[in-house]
Design a protein around this ligand. Structure first.
Ligand SMILES: Nc1ncnc2c1ncn2[C@@H]1O[C@H](COP(=O)(O)OP(=O)(O)O)[C@@H](O)[C@H]1O
Ligand SMILES: [Mg+2]
Length: 487
Protein backbone atom coordinates (compact mmCIF):
# COMPACT_ATOMS: atom_id res chain seq x y z
CA UNK A 1 0.00 0.00 0.00
CA UNK A 2 2.76 2.38 0.89
CA UNK A 3 4.27 1.50 -2.45
CA UNK A 4 1.17 2.52 -4.31
CA UNK A 5 0.92 5.73 -2.43
CA UNK A 6 4.44 6.69 -3.27
CA UNK A 7 3.85 5.76 -6.91
CA UNK A 8 0.89 8.08 -7.07
CA UNK A 9 2.69 10.81 -5.26
CA UNK A 10 5.77 10.58 -7.39
CA UNK A 11 3.54 10.57 -10.41
CA UNK A 12 1.82 13.70 -9.13
CA UNK A 13 5.07 15.52 -8.60
CA UNK A 14 6.36 14.29 -11.93
CA UNK A 15 3.33 15.80 -13.56
CA UNK A 16 3.97 18.99 -11.77
CA UNK A 17 7.33 18.98 -13.54
CA UNK A 18 9.35 19.15 -10.37
CA UNK A 19 10.60 16.87 -7.66
CA UNK A 20 9.13 18.88 -4.83
CA UNK A 21 7.48 16.77 -2.13
CA UNK A 22 3.80 16.29 -1.94
CA UNK A 23 2.09 19.57 -1.33
CA UNK A 24 -0.86 17.41 -2.23
CA UNK A 25 -1.03 15.91 1.22
CA UNK A 26 -3.91 16.90 3.42
CA UNK A 27 -5.29 19.37 0.92
CA UNK A 28 -8.64 17.66 0.87
CA UNK A 29 -11.61 17.00 3.00
CA UNK A 30 -12.87 13.46 3.38
CA UNK A 31 -13.75 11.56 0.26
CA UNK A 32 -17.33 11.33 -0.77
CA UNK A 33 -18.17 7.67 -1.27
CA UNK A 34 -21.82 7.41 -0.38
CA UNK A 35 -21.78 9.81 2.51
CA UNK A 36 -22.28 13.51 2.17
CA UNK A 37 -20.39 15.38 -0.49
CA UNK A 38 -17.28 17.08 0.80
CA UNK A 39 -17.77 20.68 1.91
CA UNK A 40 -15.29 21.95 -0.62
CA UNK A 41 -17.14 20.14 -3.35
CA UNK A 42 -20.46 21.51 -2.23
CA UNK A 43 -19.11 24.99 -2.27
CA UNK A 44 -17.75 24.47 -5.74
CA UNK A 45 -21.13 23.09 -6.76
CA UNK A 46 -22.93 26.15 -5.56
CA UNK A 47 -20.50 28.47 -7.21
CA UNK A 48 -20.32 26.67 -10.49
CA UNK A 49 -20.94 29.25 -13.20
CA UNK A 50 -22.25 28.18 -16.56
CA UNK A 51 -20.55 24.84 -16.15
CA UNK A 52 -23.73 23.42 -14.68
CA UNK A 53 -23.77 19.72 -15.13
CA UNK A 54 -25.07 17.89 -12.18
CA UNK A 55 -28.79 18.40 -11.87
CA UNK A 56 -29.41 19.35 -15.46
CA UNK A 57 -29.13 16.94 -18.33
CA UNK A 58 -25.92 17.36 -20.26
CA UNK A 59 -27.68 18.24 -23.46
CA UNK A 60 -26.53 21.60 -24.71
CA UNK A 61 -23.24 22.15 -26.47
CA UNK A 62 -21.39 23.83 -23.61
CA UNK A 63 -22.39 21.03 -21.30
CA UNK A 64 -21.35 18.35 -23.74
CA UNK A 65 -18.00 20.02 -24.19
CA UNK A 66 -17.60 20.28 -20.47
CA UNK A 67 -18.49 16.63 -20.11
CA UNK A 68 -15.98 15.61 -22.76
CA UNK A 69 -13.30 17.68 -21.12
CA UNK A 70 -14.01 16.09 -17.79
CA UNK A 71 -13.90 12.62 -19.26
CA UNK A 72 -10.69 13.41 -21.11
CA UNK A 73 -8.99 14.48 -17.94
CA UNK A 74 -10.42 11.50 -16.17
CA UNK A 75 -9.05 9.17 -18.82
CA UNK A 76 -5.64 10.73 -18.61
CA UNK A 77 -5.76 10.35 -14.87
CA UNK A 78 -6.69 6.72 -15.21
CA UNK A 79 -3.76 6.26 -17.58
CA UNK A 80 -1.40 7.72 -15.04
CA UNK A 81 -2.48 5.73 -12.01
CA UNK A 82 -3.92 2.35 -11.18
CA UNK A 83 -7.45 3.38 -10.31
CA UNK A 84 -8.65 -0.09 -9.41
CA UNK A 85 -6.09 -0.29 -6.63
CA UNK A 86 -6.75 3.28 -5.76
CA UNK A 87 -10.44 2.60 -5.19
CA UNK A 88 -9.75 0.41 -2.25
CA UNK A 89 -7.68 3.09 -0.64
CA UNK A 90 -9.81 6.07 -1.41
CA UNK A 91 -10.92 6.46 2.20
CA UNK A 92 -7.49 7.82 2.75
CA UNK A 93 -7.64 11.57 2.57
CA UNK A 94 -3.92 11.77 1.87
CA UNK A 95 -4.45 9.71 -1.21
CA UNK A 96 -7.37 11.83 -2.29
CA UNK A 97 -5.15 14.86 -1.90
CA UNK A 98 -2.57 13.31 -4.19
CA UNK A 99 -5.18 12.50 -6.80
CA UNK A 100 -6.65 15.96 -6.53
CA UNK A 101 -3.26 17.46 -7.15
CA UNK A 102 -2.68 15.23 -10.14
CA UNK A 103 -6.02 16.29 -11.58
CA UNK A 104 -5.16 19.90 -11.06
CA UNK A 105 -1.98 19.46 -13.04
CA UNK A 106 -3.84 17.70 -15.83
CA UNK A 107 -6.43 20.48 -15.89
CA UNK A 108 -3.63 23.02 -16.14
CA UNK A 109 -2.09 21.11 -18.98
CA UNK A 110 -5.30 21.46 -20.94
CA UNK A 111 -4.50 25.19 -21.03
CA UNK A 112 -8.10 26.26 -21.07
CA UNK A 113 -9.26 29.75 -20.34
CA UNK A 114 -10.91 28.84 -17.07
CA UNK A 115 -11.38 31.01 -14.02
CA UNK A 116 -10.07 29.74 -10.71
CA UNK A 117 -13.59 28.78 -9.65
CA UNK A 118 -14.29 26.93 -12.89
CA UNK A 119 -11.00 25.13 -12.53
CA UNK A 120 -11.89 24.08 -8.99
CA UNK A 121 -15.29 22.89 -10.09
CA UNK A 122 -13.77 20.86 -12.88
CA UNK A 123 -11.24 19.38 -10.51
CA UNK A 124 -13.99 18.36 -8.08
CA UNK A 125 -16.03 16.81 -10.86
CA UNK A 126 -13.13 14.78 -12.17
CA UNK A 127 -12.46 13.71 -8.63
CA UNK A 128 -16.06 12.53 -8.38
CA UNK A 129 -15.64 10.66 -11.62
CA UNK A 130 -12.57 9.03 -10.18
CA UNK A 131 -13.38 8.42 -6.56
CA UNK A 132 -17.05 9.17 -6.26
CA UNK A 133 -20.21 8.37 -8.09
CA UNK A 134 -20.07 10.86 -10.94
CA UNK A 135 -23.41 12.43 -11.85
CA UNK A 136 -25.04 10.80 -8.83
CA UNK A 137 -22.99 12.80 -6.36
CA UNK A 138 -25.45 15.71 -5.99
CA UNK A 139 -28.12 13.21 -4.95
CA UNK A 140 -25.93 11.85 -2.23
CA UNK A 141 -25.65 15.09 -0.37
CA UNK A 142 -29.44 15.29 -0.11
CA UNK A 143 -30.49 13.54 3.08
CA UNK A 144 -34.17 13.47 2.12
CA UNK A 145 -33.49 10.94 -0.63
CA UNK A 146 -34.03 7.32 0.41
CA UNK A 147 -33.40 5.39 -2.73
CA UNK A 148 -31.52 6.16 -5.91
CA UNK A 149 -32.59 4.12 -8.88
CA UNK A 150 -30.70 4.22 -12.14
CA UNK A 151 -32.39 2.51 -15.07
CA UNK A 152 -29.82 2.77 -17.79
CA UNK A 153 -27.84 5.89 -18.54
CA UNK A 154 -30.78 8.13 -19.39
CA UNK A 155 -33.16 7.54 -16.52
CA UNK A 156 -32.44 8.26 -12.87
CA UNK A 157 -35.19 8.11 -10.26
CA UNK A 158 -35.25 8.87 -6.57
CA UNK A 159 -37.51 7.85 -3.72
CA UNK A 160 -38.28 10.97 -1.77
CA UNK A 161 -40.79 10.70 1.10
CA UNK A 162 -42.02 7.42 -0.26
CA UNK A 163 -42.72 8.76 -3.74
CA UNK A 164 -40.82 8.04 -6.91
CA UNK A 165 -39.61 11.11 -8.78
CA UNK A 166 -37.60 11.19 -12.00
CA UNK A 167 -34.52 13.41 -11.93
CA UNK A 168 -32.95 15.20 -14.87
CA UNK A 169 -29.64 13.49 -14.20
CA UNK A 170 -28.12 11.65 -17.15
CA UNK A 171 -25.00 9.64 -17.72
CA UNK A 172 -23.16 10.20 -20.94
CA UNK A 173 -23.94 6.70 -22.12
CA UNK A 174 -24.22 3.16 -20.78
CA UNK A 175 -20.46 2.80 -20.81
CA UNK A 176 -20.13 5.75 -18.47
CA UNK A 177 -22.74 4.26 -16.15
CA UNK A 178 -21.10 0.85 -16.26
CA UNK A 179 -17.82 2.46 -15.36
CA UNK A 180 -19.31 4.05 -12.27
CA UNK A 181 -20.97 0.78 -11.29
CA UNK A 182 -17.73 -1.14 -11.72
CA UNK A 183 -16.05 1.31 -9.49
CA UNK A 184 -18.64 1.04 -6.75
CA UNK A 185 -18.37 -2.71 -6.69
CA UNK A 186 -14.58 -2.70 -7.01
CA UNK A 187 -14.43 -0.72 -3.81
CA UNK A 188 -15.95 -3.59 -1.94
CA UNK A 189 -13.74 -6.12 -3.62
CA UNK A 190 -16.35 -7.40 -6.04
CA UNK A 191 -16.50 -7.54 -9.79
CA UNK A 192 -19.25 -7.04 -12.29
CA UNK A 193 -19.07 -8.10 -15.92
CA UNK A 194 -20.86 -10.30 -18.40
CA UNK A 195 -19.72 -13.40 -16.61
CA UNK A 196 -21.13 -12.24 -13.27
CA UNK A 197 -23.69 -9.60 -14.08
CA UNK A 198 -25.32 -9.25 -10.63
CA UNK A 199 -23.89 -7.69 -7.49
CA UNK A 200 -25.80 -7.18 -4.27
CA UNK A 201 -23.76 -5.66 -1.54
CA UNK A 202 -23.39 -3.31 1.35
CA UNK A 203 -21.08 -0.35 1.01
CA UNK A 204 -18.66 0.61 3.76
CA UNK A 205 -21.05 3.38 4.84
CA UNK A 206 -23.92 0.95 5.27
CA UNK A 207 -25.83 1.79 2.10
CA UNK A 208 -27.08 -1.14 0.08
CA UNK A 209 -26.44 -1.45 -3.61
CA UNK A 210 -27.72 -3.80 -6.21
CA UNK A 211 -26.40 -3.73 -9.72
CA UNK A 212 -27.52 -5.83 -12.63
CA UNK A 213 -26.13 -5.35 -16.09
CA UNK A 214 -26.60 -6.67 -19.61
CA UNK A 215 -27.11 -9.34 -20.82
CA UNK A 216 -29.45 -9.86 -17.85
CA UNK A 217 -30.71 -6.29 -17.83
CA UNK A 218 -32.09 -5.69 -21.29
CA UNK A 219 -31.95 -1.90 -21.46
CA UNK A 220 -28.60 -1.07 -20.02
CA UNK A 221 -27.01 -1.30 -16.57
CA UNK A 222 -29.37 -0.89 -13.63
CA UNK A 223 -28.25 0.36 -10.26
CA UNK A 224 -30.39 0.51 -7.13
CA UNK A 225 -29.02 2.22 -4.06
CA UNK A 226 -30.80 2.17 -0.72
CA UNK A 227 -29.33 5.02 1.25
CA UNK A 228 -28.07 4.55 4.72
CA UNK A 229 -29.62 6.82 7.31
CA UNK A 230 -26.81 8.17 9.49
CA UNK A 231 -29.21 8.14 12.44
CA UNK A 232 -31.68 5.26 12.25
CA UNK A 233 -35.35 5.84 13.02
CA UNK A 234 -36.35 5.20 16.61
CA UNK A 235 -39.79 4.35 17.89
CA UNK A 236 -40.71 8.00 18.49
CA UNK A 237 -39.80 8.86 14.89
CA UNK A 238 -42.12 6.14 13.64
CA UNK A 239 -44.97 7.32 15.87
CA UNK A 240 -44.40 10.89 14.78
CA UNK A 241 -44.48 9.84 11.14
CA UNK A 242 -47.79 8.14 11.75
CA UNK A 243 -46.40 4.66 11.06
CA UNK A 244 -48.12 3.31 14.16
CA UNK A 245 -49.95 4.55 17.24
CA UNK A 246 -48.52 5.04 20.69
CA UNK A 247 -50.54 2.05 21.93
CA UNK A 248 -49.30 -0.21 19.15
CA UNK A 249 -45.72 0.81 19.83
CA UNK A 250 -46.24 0.12 23.52
CA UNK A 251 -47.78 -3.26 22.80
CA UNK A 252 -44.97 -4.29 20.45
CA UNK A 253 -42.40 -3.27 23.03
CA UNK A 254 -44.11 -5.47 25.61
CA UNK A 255 -44.35 -8.31 23.11
CA UNK A 256 -40.59 -8.15 22.57
CA UNK A 257 -39.99 -8.05 26.30
CA UNK A 258 -42.31 -11.02 26.82
CA UNK A 259 -40.24 -12.94 24.23
CA UNK A 260 -42.99 -13.50 21.71
CA UNK A 261 -41.89 -14.75 18.30
CA UNK A 262 -42.71 -11.99 15.89
CA UNK A 263 -42.93 -11.97 12.12
CA UNK A 264 -42.89 -8.61 10.34
CA UNK A 265 -44.40 -8.85 6.90
CA UNK A 266 -44.48 -6.36 4.04
CA UNK A 267 -43.66 -5.65 0.44
CA UNK A 268 -40.40 -4.26 -0.89
CA UNK A 269 -39.40 -1.08 0.86
CA UNK A 270 -42.49 -1.10 3.07
CA UNK A 271 -40.42 -0.47 6.18
CA UNK A 272 -39.85 -4.03 7.47
CA UNK A 273 -36.20 -3.69 8.32
CA UNK A 274 -36.75 -0.30 9.89
CA UNK A 275 -39.46 -1.67 12.16
CA UNK A 276 -37.39 -4.75 12.97
CA UNK A 277 -34.55 -2.50 14.00
CA UNK A 278 -36.83 -0.40 16.21
CA UNK A 279 -38.38 -3.46 17.82
CA UNK A 280 -34.98 -5.00 18.45
CA UNK A 281 -34.10 -1.97 20.50
CA UNK A 282 -36.47 -3.26 23.20
CA UNK A 283 -34.37 -6.36 23.80
CA UNK A 284 -32.65 -6.17 27.15
CA UNK A 285 -28.94 -5.44 27.47
CA UNK A 286 -28.61 -8.65 29.44
CA UNK A 287 -29.34 -10.83 26.44
CA UNK A 288 -26.97 -12.32 23.92
CA UNK A 289 -28.27 -11.44 20.47
CA UNK A 290 -27.23 -13.05 17.20
CA UNK A 291 -28.31 -11.33 13.98
CA UNK A 292 -28.27 -13.07 10.62
CA UNK A 293 -28.64 -11.17 7.37
CA UNK A 294 -27.89 -11.46 3.69
CA UNK A 295 -26.72 -7.88 3.68
CA UNK A 296 -26.23 -6.45 7.13
CA UNK A 297 -28.61 -3.53 7.67
CA UNK A 298 -29.66 -3.87 11.28
CA UNK A 299 -28.11 -1.52 13.75
CA UNK A 300 -28.65 -2.75 17.25
CA UNK A 301 -27.46 -0.55 20.04
CA UNK A 302 -26.99 -3.30 22.62
CA UNK A 303 -23.44 -4.22 23.50
CA UNK A 304 -23.83 -7.97 23.36
CA UNK A 305 -24.61 -8.44 19.68
CA UNK A 306 -23.04 -10.87 17.25
CA UNK A 307 -23.64 -9.98 13.62
CA UNK A 308 -23.47 -12.65 10.95
CA UNK A 309 -23.77 -12.08 7.23
CA UNK A 310 -24.22 -14.71 4.56
CA UNK A 311 -21.85 -14.92 1.63
CA UNK A 312 -22.65 -15.34 -2.04
CA UNK A 313 -20.76 -17.87 -4.13
CA UNK A 314 -17.57 -16.72 -5.81
CA UNK A 315 -17.06 -16.60 -9.55
CA UNK A 316 -16.46 -20.34 -9.66
CA UNK A 317 -19.78 -20.85 -7.92
CA UNK A 318 -18.12 -21.97 -4.70
CA UNK A 319 -17.84 -20.84 -1.13
CA UNK A 320 -21.42 -19.70 -0.59
CA UNK A 321 -22.56 -19.64 3.02
CA UNK A 322 -26.31 -19.31 3.20
CA UNK A 323 -28.49 -17.96 5.95
CA UNK A 324 -29.53 -21.50 6.73
CA UNK A 325 -26.02 -22.48 7.75
CA UNK A 326 -25.75 -19.33 9.80
CA UNK A 327 -28.99 -20.06 11.65
CA UNK A 328 -27.77 -23.58 12.41
CA UNK A 329 -24.51 -22.22 13.62
CA UNK A 330 -26.14 -19.48 15.67
CA UNK A 331 -27.98 -22.15 17.63
CA UNK A 332 -24.62 -23.43 18.81
CA UNK A 333 -23.57 -20.02 20.03
CA UNK A 334 -25.79 -19.93 23.12
CA UNK A 335 -28.02 -17.18 21.80
CA UNK A 336 -30.76 -15.58 23.87
CA UNK A 337 -32.27 -14.15 20.73
CA UNK A 338 -31.87 -14.89 17.07
CA UNK A 339 -32.84 -12.17 14.64
CA UNK A 340 -32.98 -13.05 10.97
CA UNK A 341 -33.14 -9.90 8.84
CA UNK A 342 -35.39 -11.50 6.26
CA UNK A 343 -36.30 -15.14 5.73
CA UNK A 344 -35.97 -15.91 2.06
CA UNK A 345 -35.06 -19.54 1.90
CA UNK A 346 -34.63 -22.84 3.60
CA UNK A 347 -33.57 -21.19 6.86
CA UNK A 348 -37.31 -20.83 7.51
CA UNK A 349 -37.40 -24.46 8.62
CA UNK A 350 -34.46 -24.13 10.99
CA UNK A 351 -35.97 -21.01 12.50
CA UNK A 352 -39.28 -22.73 13.06
CA UNK A 353 -37.60 -25.64 14.72
CA UNK A 354 -35.54 -23.33 16.88
CA UNK A 355 -38.61 -21.39 17.96
CA UNK A 356 -40.43 -24.60 18.76
CA UNK A 357 -37.59 -25.93 20.85
CA UNK A 358 -37.21 -23.15 23.32
CA UNK A 359 -35.55 -20.34 21.37
CA UNK A 360 -38.24 -17.83 21.99
CA UNK A 361 -38.25 -14.14 21.30
CA UNK A 362 -37.10 -14.48 17.72
CA UNK A 363 -37.75 -11.64 15.33
CA UNK A 364 -37.73 -11.77 11.57
CA UNK A 365 -39.30 -10.32 8.46
CA UNK A 366 -40.76 -11.85 5.35
CA UNK A 367 -41.83 -10.51 2.00
CA UNK A 368 -45.64 -10.71 1.77
CA UNK A 369 -48.59 -8.43 1.22
CA UNK A 370 -50.88 -9.58 4.00
CA UNK A 371 -50.48 -11.35 7.32
CA UNK A 372 -52.14 -14.43 5.82
CA UNK A 373 -49.81 -14.39 2.83
CA UNK A 374 -46.88 -14.12 5.20
CA UNK A 375 -47.75 -17.47 6.75
CA UNK A 376 -48.27 -19.02 3.33
CA UNK A 377 -44.90 -17.66 2.29
CA UNK A 378 -43.20 -19.24 5.30
CA UNK A 379 -44.87 -22.50 4.40
CA UNK A 380 -43.48 -22.31 0.87
CA UNK A 381 -40.02 -21.52 2.18
CA UNK A 382 -40.13 -24.51 4.52
CA UNK A 383 -41.06 -26.72 1.59
CA UNK A 384 -38.01 -25.34 -0.24
CA UNK A 385 -35.78 -26.81 2.44
CA UNK A 386 -36.69 -30.23 1.07
CA UNK A 387 -37.95 -31.45 4.41
CA UNK A 388 -40.24 -34.44 4.40
CA UNK A 389 -43.18 -33.03 6.36
CA UNK A 390 -46.84 -32.94 5.46
CA UNK A 391 -48.43 -29.59 4.77
CA UNK A 392 -50.50 -30.06 7.86
CA UNK A 393 -47.58 -30.55 10.18
CA UNK A 394 -45.71 -27.64 8.61
CA UNK A 395 -48.72 -25.44 9.38
CA UNK A 396 -48.87 -26.78 12.88
CA UNK A 397 -45.25 -25.86 13.36
CA UNK A 398 -45.78 -22.38 11.96
CA UNK A 399 -48.83 -21.85 14.14
CA UNK A 400 -46.95 -22.99 17.20
CA UNK A 401 -43.82 -21.01 16.41
CA UNK A 402 -45.07 -17.52 15.64
CA UNK A 403 -47.11 -15.43 18.04
CA UNK A 404 -47.58 -12.19 16.14
CA UNK A 405 -47.62 -11.03 12.53
CA UNK A 406 -47.04 -7.32 12.05
CA UNK A 407 -48.00 -6.17 8.58
CA UNK A 408 -46.39 -3.03 7.17
CA UNK A 409 -47.39 -1.36 3.96
CA UNK A 410 -46.58 1.65 1.87
CA UNK A 411 -49.94 3.17 1.07
CA UNK A 412 -50.90 5.31 -1.91
CA UNK A 413 -49.83 8.52 -0.18
CA UNK A 414 -46.29 7.16 -0.02
CA UNK A 415 -46.39 6.77 3.77
CA UNK A 416 -45.18 3.59 5.36
CA UNK A 417 -47.46 2.29 8.08
CA UNK A 418 -48.18 -0.71 10.23
CA UNK A 419 -51.55 -1.75 8.82
CA UNK A 420 -52.25 -4.61 11.21
CA UNK A 421 -50.94 -6.49 14.20
CA UNK A 422 -52.39 -9.98 14.29
CA UNK A 423 -52.08 -12.64 16.90
CA UNK A 424 -51.81 -16.30 15.99
CA UNK A 425 -54.12 -18.16 18.29
CA UNK A 426 -53.68 -21.74 17.19
CA UNK A 427 -54.09 -24.24 14.40
CA UNK A 428 -57.36 -26.00 13.74
CA UNK A 429 -57.66 -28.70 11.11
CA UNK A 430 -54.60 -27.46 9.32
CA UNK A 431 -55.78 -23.84 9.30
CA UNK A 432 -53.84 -21.27 11.25
CA UNK A 433 -56.19 -19.12 13.31
CA UNK A 434 -55.43 -15.44 13.63
CA UNK A 435 -57.10 -12.44 15.18
CA UNK A 436 -56.37 -8.78 14.63
CA UNK A 437 -55.37 -6.79 17.70
CA UNK A 438 -54.75 -3.53 15.85
CA UNK A 439 -55.50 -2.22 12.43
CA UNK A 440 -55.13 0.86 10.29
CA UNK A 441 -58.46 2.12 9.12
CA UNK A 442 -57.95 4.08 5.93
CA UNK A 443 -60.42 6.59 4.59
CA UNK A 444 -60.25 8.42 1.31
CA UNK A 445 -60.93 12.12 1.56
CA UNK A 446 -62.43 14.02 -1.33
CA UNK A 447 -59.87 14.44 -4.07
CA UNK A 448 -58.43 11.02 -3.33
CA UNK A 449 -56.25 12.09 -0.43
CA UNK A 450 -55.66 9.32 2.05
CA UNK A 451 -56.23 9.67 5.77
CA UNK A 452 -57.09 7.21 8.45
CA UNK A 453 -56.10 6.13 11.87
CA UNK A 454 -54.70 3.28 13.83
CA UNK A 455 -57.01 1.59 16.25
CA UNK A 456 -57.17 -1.29 18.64
CA UNK A 457 -59.75 -3.89 17.72
CA UNK A 458 -60.96 -4.18 21.27
CA UNK A 459 -59.56 -7.66 21.87
CA UNK A 460 -57.13 -8.66 24.58
CA UNK A 461 -54.46 -11.05 23.29
CA UNK A 462 -55.23 -14.70 23.86
CA UNK A 463 -51.64 -15.05 24.95
CA UNK A 464 -51.90 -12.53 27.80
CA UNK A 465 -50.73 -15.28 30.10
CA UNK A 466 -47.36 -15.37 28.36
CA UNK A 467 -46.85 -11.71 29.17
CA UNK A 468 -47.72 -12.28 32.79
CA UNK A 469 -45.32 -15.18 33.05
CA UNK A 470 -42.57 -12.96 31.80
CA UNK A 471 -43.47 -10.24 34.30
CA UNK A 472 -44.76 -7.88 31.61
CA UNK A 473 -47.95 -6.00 32.43
CA UNK A 474 -50.61 -5.54 29.80
CA UNK A 475 -52.95 -2.70 30.76
CA UNK A 476 -56.45 -3.07 29.32
CA UNK A 477 -56.31 0.48 27.93
CA UNK A 478 -53.85 -0.70 25.31
CA UNK A 479 -56.59 -2.72 23.64
CA UNK A 480 -59.59 -0.47 24.01
CA UNK A 481 -61.33 0.39 20.82
CA UNK A 482 -61.92 4.12 21.09
CA UNK A 483 -64.79 4.15 18.59
CA UNK A 484 -66.63 1.34 20.35
CA UNK A 485 -66.19 2.89 23.78
CA UNK A 486 -67.51 6.23 22.52
CA UNK A 487 -70.59 4.69 20.95
N1 LIG B 1 -42.29 4.82 8.81
C1 LIG B 1 -41.43 5.31 7.91
N2 LIG B 1 -41.53 6.59 7.51
C2 LIG B 1 -40.69 7.08 6.57
N3 LIG B 1 -39.70 6.38 5.99
C3 LIG B 1 -39.55 5.10 6.36
C4 LIG B 1 -40.40 4.50 7.33
N4 LIG B 1 -40.01 3.22 7.48
C5 LIG B 1 -38.98 3.04 6.65
N5 LIG B 1 -38.68 4.16 5.97
C6 LIG B 1 -37.65 4.33 4.94
O1 LIG B 1 -38.09 3.58 3.82
C7 LIG B 1 -37.02 2.88 3.21
C8 LIG B 1 -37.31 1.40 3.18
O2 LIG B 1 -37.38 0.91 4.49
P1 LIG B 1 -36.90 -0.55 4.88
O3 LIG B 1 -37.20 -0.71 6.34
O4 LIG B 1 -35.52 -0.81 4.45
O5 LIG B 1 -37.91 -1.41 4.00
P2 LIG B 1 -37.95 -2.98 3.72
O6 LIG B 1 -37.07 -3.66 4.70
O7 LIG B 1 -39.39 -3.34 3.88
O8 LIG B 1 -37.52 -3.17 2.30
C9 LIG B 1 -35.79 3.23 4.01
O9 LIG B 1 -35.12 4.26 3.35
C10 LIG B 1 -36.34 3.72 5.34
O10 LIG B 1 -35.49 4.67 5.94
MG1 LIG C 1 -35.49 -4.95 4.37
Amino acid sequence: MTDLRSIIKSRASELQGQGSQNNATGSSSASSSLSATSPAAKEANEKRPGLGLSLRPAQNKVQMEHHDLKMRIHERLVDSIDVSVLMKLSQDSELEGAVRETIRVLVDEERLPLSAVERDTLTEEVLYETLGLGPLEPLLSDASINDILVNGSQSVWIDQDGKLVETPIRFKDDKHLLHIISRIVARIGRRIDEASPIVDARLPDGSRVNAIIPPLALDGPVLSIRRFRPVPFNVDDLIEKGALSQEMAEFLKKAVQARLNILISGGTSAGKTTLLNVMSSHISEAERIVTIEDTAELRLQQRHVIRLESRPANLEGEGAVRQRELVKNALRMRPDRIIVGEVRGAEALDMLQAMNTGHEGSLTTVHANTARDALARIETLVLLSGVDLSQRSIREQIGAAFDLVVQVKRLSDGKRRVVSISEITGVQEGVIAMQDLYEFKATLKEGGELTGRHQACGIRPAKSQRFQEMGVELPTELFQNVEASQA
